[in-house]
Design a protein around this ligand. Structure first.
Ligand SMILES: *Cc1c(COP(=O)(O)O)cnc(C)c1O
Length: 388
């Protein structure tokens, strides 16, 4: 929750910028550590936010790193993550990226196709090394989330389908540089119904049993990430209910004693820790619509334009961020989709007021871009402001 005092501090800084609450991040990490049984291995999905300062806290809490590109692996290594705790996923790993990951000796490649298995084997052979791999499985579980962030259905490009399993196991027998160590699942993002994770557990049980029957008792079971957050009321539940989330897996997942459970959480760790802070440039009143034109746009936060994502918008320069005037809150970019929210109820707003776009810590800064030759977006941390 932001105060007017906070708005005054923000007023002295050039906008737009991302503001990160590292106190909240520390508390979120502490909750994860508190509620995850010690046998659970938690990885942080760097693609949600790869700022080195934030990664420092996450690494410090003992989490591993889930990477989806060579540069994310590089960032994780530079920020001190142990290679033994780095996993590499993605449907389109380039040869350069695979080679780099092999050189770093990462713990596991999450492999998405038969063809990729063959290429990793070949590249590992060139380096005279063994690549540890997990099969990313498409479990055909509906995540009941937005279609653009659903990944676990057969129609999605991700993962290996059950009808391919026999062929995959036959192929692996003939690929001596590969060591199959696990099964990997990630069905989508911003999943709010915990029943979806229960369904996932039941599918994982079936698939795990199938592999065990075929003689593959695999040590790593990785259930991915996807736990959703409360975008509507970011202050009501700043830290998600990790206890209940982990309980679903404790209750429904049937693991053998030799098997470890791995998670890859992104959004639910970092989303509520970040807000996009901007200033009102202009107010433009029409017959039916009032526009609030900000100095931040889809170049800083693309989620609303990309997949109709909702972010809470607050005028923090006013006593109460609530009000009865409806504005379409838009950015300066030359695209009609550059809109953060339609008919947003706000107090009477003036040029220069500070607007906070909440829950923007995940998939915000990392997706920012230079369209319209915009400046790169800056980031500011709570610790810097306190010392002012
Ligand atoms: C994006 C992604 C995650 C993290 O998803 P969140 O919804 O941010 O928790 C985890 N694993 C893989 C493979 C991913 O692609």
């Amino acid at each position: 929750m932001f105060s007017i005092k906070q708005a005054e501090r923000f007023n002295k800084i050039e906008t737009p910028f991302y503001y990160y609450n590292t106190e909240l991040l520390k508390n979120t990490l502490a909750e994860i550590i508190k509620h995850a049984p010690s046998s659970y291995h938690i990885h942080y999905a760097l693609k949600a936010n790869a700022h080195p300062t934030l990664l420092g806290f996450i690494k410090g809490a003992g989490l591993g790193a889930d990477c989806v590109s060579g540069n994310e692996i590089k960032r994780a290594v530079e920020c001190g993550f142990d290679a033994a705790k780095i996993v590499f996923a993605g449907v389109g790993k380039s040869d350069k990226e695979i080679n780099y990951a092999l050189e770093q000796g990462i713990s596991c490649f999450n492999v998405e196709s038969l063809h990729e298995l063959q290429i990793i084997n070949e590249l590992a052979e060139n380096k005279n090394t063994i690549a540890r791999i997990a099969l990313r499985i498409n479990p055909n579980v509906d995540a009941h989330t937005h279609k653009y962030i659903t990944t676990g259905l057969e129609e999605n490009k991700f993962g290996i389908n059950p009808y391919e399993f026999d062929a995959i196991l036959d192929a692996i027998k003939k690929l001596p540089q590969l060591q199959l160590i696990g099964l990997h699942f990630h069905i989508g993002s911003q999943i709010q119904k915990l029943s979806v994770f229960k369904t996932l557990c039941l599918r994982v049980n079936e698939i795990n049993k199938w592999f065990i029957q075929k003689g593959h008792l695999l040590p790593n079971i990785n259930v991915g990430g996807g736990l959703g957050i409360n975008y509507q009321e970011p202050d009501k539940q700043a830290i998600v209910d990790f206890k209940t989330y982990f309980t679903v897996f404790k209750e429904f997942l049937e693991l053998r004693p030799q098997q470890e459970l791995h998670f890859e959480l992104g959004r639910c760790i970092i989303a509520q820790c970040g807000s996009l802070i901007s200033r009102v440039l202009y107010i433009k009143n029409g017959i039916n619509t009032n526009f609030l034109i900000l100095d931040a746009g889809m170049t800083e936060l693309i989620r609303p334009a990309l997949y109709q994502a909702y972010h809470k918008i607050e005028n923090i320069s006013k006593d109460s961020s609530y009000g009865s005037i409806k504005y379409d809150v838009v950015g300066p970019i030359c695209e009609s989709s550059d809109c953060f929210g339609k008919a947003v109820a706000l107090p009477d707003t003036k040029r220069g007021d500070i607007i906070a776009i909440r829950s923007a810590g995940a998939y915000g800064e990392v997706m920012s871009n230079h369209y319209n030759l915009r400046d790169g977006v800056k980031s500011v941390f709570d610790s810097e402001l306190r010392s002012q």
